[in-house]
Design a protein around this ligand. Sequence first.
Ligand code: UGA
Length: 431
Amino acid sequence: MKICMIGTGYVGLVSGACFADLGNTVWCVDKIKEKINMLNNKKIPIYEPGLEELVKKNHKSGRLKFTTNLELAVQSSELIFICVGTPTSKNGSADLKYVFKAAKEISKNINNFKIIINKSTVPVSTGDKVEKIISSKNKKSKFAVISNPEFLREGDAIRDFRFPDRIVVGSNNKKVLRKIKILYQPLVNKGAVFFSTSRRGAEIIKYASNAFLATKISFMNEIGNLCEKTKVDVEDVALGIGLDKRIGARFLRVGPAYGGSCFPKDTKAIAFSGDKFNTNLSIIKSVIKSNEARKSLLTNRAENILSRRLKNKNISFLGVTFKANTDDMRGATSSLMIPLLHKKGAKIRYYDPTGPKKEFSKLKNVFYCENISKACKKSDLIIIHTEWDEFKSLNFNKLSKIKNCIIFDMRNLYSPPQMKKLKLKYYSIGR
Ligand code: UGA
């Protein structure tokens, strides 16, 4: 099939490369010229394991093309995916200006029947508005607007595209659904469930999925707080409840506040939609509060571990991104924790496999180190912030030459008995 992806961010680029890899011809469009030049020169603007190889392979074969020429890409394609950002507005709602702009541009270039597929995360009823924009310039028989949300995790995006649990498509048009099913057939053949519903239904499914996962994590983080006070191992509790198939074992890992470009933004946006439609989504609102509070709670915990004497203490951070296998700092607990500890007099050294971060570049006593040993040398407190594989079997006694070095493992990568045997002062989450 001939496909156009509008927007070459995470979703557009990963999905575009994966669709091309399934044998389709894909035009990836972006208005940012530098980005398109980079891609045409085989350079990838985002960090995502496996993406570079996939892009190179499909670009070379001619199935994956990059252009700023939206007119050409839309006119040459039968399926047009809108994959633009929907950032948070000042009031917490999703800012839809890029989606509407894309819709306007598409409306000017409908030369034959087009299926316009919204992959951007948008509040319920946005599809109706996109349809209205396009129909102001075109007959309704010339196009269909449908919803097809993405469920790609940063760091695992290619795997999530290739082996999704489900493909959700929001449309009541049988002919259109048949076409979309053909597009996704290779994934359905490998076990993905193709689930069709109304357009508004698909829009809510996207937000409800993210909000539910965020709730699951926050719930477990709060249970972890109780476990800490009662000397119970939260990992056992997660296993014990996760074995109940009604609950499920995934997304029960305790740790820092959930972060990233999606959960914080999408929980706020769905809470806003609720208010807009006179529905108080009180559970989601309290999840947002609980998650925000977690950042200060963990900072406070680190201070307590150092008996609240931070002046000139050396604190090392292993990993600062919001999760492993990404360079993304959005919503990362470290971006609140490091400035606060620094403000109280601590000297911070950090190492992250994805390099130094601009978030900390202006802080006087915060330094990036190019490896784990340098970051941990003479450290009073080592904080494991992100669960990168390379942090999973460290020899702490060798790392910090300081006798009483303390470890605060915010991802529960190590076991307390193992650390006790090594005579290390070790703190983790919910244990
Ligand atoms: C999330 C969803 O998982 C994807 O399905 C969705 O498509 C995406 O948002 C999006 O809307 O675009 P992502 O934000 O990339 O993906 O990453 P996750 O793996 O979901 O992690 C989000 C946050 O939750 C991270 O801070 C992570 O550390 C935290 N988390 C996750 C936990 O604290 N515990 C867990 O058990 C799982």
